[in-house]
Design a protein around this ligand. Structure first.
Ligand code: PLP
Length: 440
């Protein structure tokens, strides 16, 4: 291509042109093959080029591709909402469809504020969140995000939402271990609520497993339950941002389920459409919808392309595919296999500090020194180099790490399609070793 007018992540960067995808592989125009160990951005959960999804989208397109949500509903949107209500735990029954994870978390935030308004409580409008988090790029979602790098340019426009430390056990600010720590990082939420006043707080938002900002940081056993109890005790809604963790990525529809928690509102995205179409959802419990139903009856959000029939048909086909092939049941075993293989690399490569995560959402944190856990300097751009070295070897991994308390948290996420086979996992490890060998 001589001149490109497409705005890419790096305006002057060079990006291979992908010709087609099949299963866990992508093939570029020059014939180079990539093993997609990131599922793009933890999105292509059932792999590329799955015919059943394409067929469902084609059939929907033959009928109608677009109807406007304020004028009509569609069979595809109704069926998808019904399927989600069936698959999600508890009474998480009410789906508001949008087009991206950012829109989903922002809709969730607005639903929470509206819930209190409809109950006649207008002071509860603050959303609390954590550092080392990412909830999206639109301004409301970015306000909630504890991601200094992505916030920096827009700070004057953002609310100062993030308030507490995440359960980043590898770099615990208290230098303690769970459960002996008694979840002091979760307790920070109680302190923050008392400082700000529960009367002013609508909700707390949490990624059950920290994704882009942290590199698959999964919490210790009772962390999420502790958070939920603090929220309940103070009349604050819990929003689970399951944009990355949901739709089977950790072996359940919601990662929250793994820790026995049912949030009040959930955001789904990425794996919901598995990359076949842009679709995401804010899903509320009966409790959240009831006062709105009894009051204004309008959830105050929406986009022109919300509940787009074509996207809904794709997502419905993805969920049916997951169910029919019992894919979620295989995730725990595959995750354990991959994690063990990644753990083995620690002794081979001096710069692997931590291997973590759950299901097929795994992370590796890089350090300058394994014993002291000293990080690399920021200007070494270690995450970026690792991603590039892997790509050269034909392996796609996802960059992560937002930085906290002066530590960059250089890390990558390994999150292949849930359909990956053992042979392909062995190839993944082989390619990763090849890339790491160049770094060392
Ligand atoms: N929430 C989480 C946990 C995410 O990982 C992301 C994207 O990485 C988002 C929200 C934003 O989603 P999107 O990029 O689809 O707007």
């Amino acid at each position: 291509m001589e001149q490109s007018y497409l705005i890419k992540p790096m305006l002057d960067g060079s990006y291979p042109v992908i010709d087609y995808g099949k299963g866990v592989y992508l093939y570029d125009k020059n014939g180079k093959k990539y093993l997609d160990a990131a599922s793009g951005a933890v999105t292509a959960n059932i792999g590329h080029g799955e015919k059943e999804i394409i067929k469902a989208m084609e059939e929907q397109a033959q009928k109608v591709s677009f109807v406007y949500r304020s004028q009509f509903t569609s069979e595809a949107a109704e069926k998808l909402a019904e399927k989600i209500a069936k698959l999600l735990p508890g009474d998480l029954n009410w789906s508001f469809f949008v087009n991206s994870g950012s829109e989903a978390t922002e809709t969730a935030m607005k639903m929470a504020i509206q819930y209190w308004q409809e109950k006649g409580i207008t002071t509860k409008h603050k959303i609390l969140s954590r550092w080392v988090s990412y909830h999206g790029i639109t301004l409301g979602a970015l306000s909630m995000s504890g991601h200094p790098g992505r916030r920096a340019r827009f700070v004057p426009l953002l609310e100062e939402f993030p308030v507490i430390h995440p359960p980043y056990c590898y770099r615990c600010p208290y230098h303690l271990e769970a459960p002996a720590c008694q979840y002091l990082c979760a307790r920070e939420l109680e302190t923050a609520i008392n400082r700000i006043g529960a009367d002013n707080v609508a909700a707390f938002i949490v990624e059950p497993v920290i994704g882009a900002a942290g590199g698959a940081i999964s919490p210790p056993k009772d962390y999420l339950k502790t958070i939920k109890k603090i929220c309940d005790d103070h009349d604050i809604l819990l929003i689970a941002d399951e944009v990355m963790t949901g739709a089977g990525r950790t072996g359940a529809m919601l990662a929250s389920e793994l820790w026995g928690v049912i949030p009040d509102i959930v955001a789904l995205g990425k794996g919901l459409g598995a990359g076949y179409a842009p679709i995401a959802a804010a899903i509320a419990t009966d409790k959240v919808i009831e006062p709105i139903l009894a009051g204004s009856k309008v959830v105050m959000s929406g986009h022109t392309l919300s509940a787009n029939p074509q996207s809904c048909a794709a997502a419905l086909a993805v969920l049916e595919y997951l169910e029919k092939n019992q894919i979620m049941k295989t995730v725990e075993g595959k995750g354990e296999f991959l994690r063990k293989e990644l753990e083995k690399l620690k002794s081979q490569f001096w710069f692997i500090g931590d291997v973590r995560g759950i299901g097929l959402l795994l992370g590796i944190e890089f350090v300058k020194d394994q014993t002291s856990r000293r990080p690399f300097p920021r200007n070494a751009q270690v995450t970026q180099r690792m991603v590039e070295l892997a790509k050269e070897k034909g392996l796609i991994v996802y960059p992560a790490g937002a930085g906290i308390d002066g530590v960059n948290g250089d890390s990558i996420i390994i999150s292949p399609p849930l359909t990956i086979t053992e042979v392909e996992m062995n190839e993944l490890i082989y390619l990763l070793k090849e890339a790491f060998s160049v770094f060392s």
